[in-house]
Design a protein. Structure first.
Length: 146
């Protein structure tokens, strides 16, 4: 996403065209093609090609999920540093102990809204990451996502 476009709740989801529109369809079509070949011509060779095609699909999925998991760890660290800078010490400690999905959602909150939102998350008023994001009034874009 270009840094020139203001990020909002509606446009913050990132699609990576080479992954989402090229690699994923190719791997899925190849897998379906190999399954069809196995149905039409059962044998060890075609069964092996189905296993390889399935392995490629799994590898494609893992390449995305592992990158997102690493990104979430980095976001957690960045937000813990921000909490210690912006929030009172007791609130920062509680915020740092939140589950990663909630911390990831809170990263879009500007410093001015953070304390109120963290209080709402800790008190259970906001639980789901989608609800946390919807409660943010002035979106703080994250333009360096995977």
């Amino acid at each position: 996403m270009s840094e020139h476009v203001a990020q909002t709740l509606k446009n913050h989801v990132r699609f990576h065209p080479p992954f989402h529109y090229i690699l994923t369809p190719i791997l899925l079509l190849h897998f379906a093609w190999r399954v069809r070949a196995l149905i039409n011509d059962p044998g060890v060779g075609t069964a092996e090609s189905v296993m390889l095609a399935f392995g490629l699909v799994v590898m494609g999925v893992l390449s995305r999920t592992n990158a997102l998991k690493a990104q979430d760890r980095l976001i957690r660290l960045e937000e813990q540093l921000r909490y210690s800078r912006v929030l009172p010490a007791t609130l920062a400690a509680k915020a740092s102990a939140l589950p990663v999905p909630q911390i990831v959602a809170l990263r879009f909150a500007p410093d001015e809204e953070l304390a109120v939102l963290v209080d709402q998350v800790i008190s259970g008023q906001l639980v789901k990451p989608a609800d946390i994001k919807k409660a943010i009034k002035n979106w703080r874009g994250d333009y360096y996502r995977v």
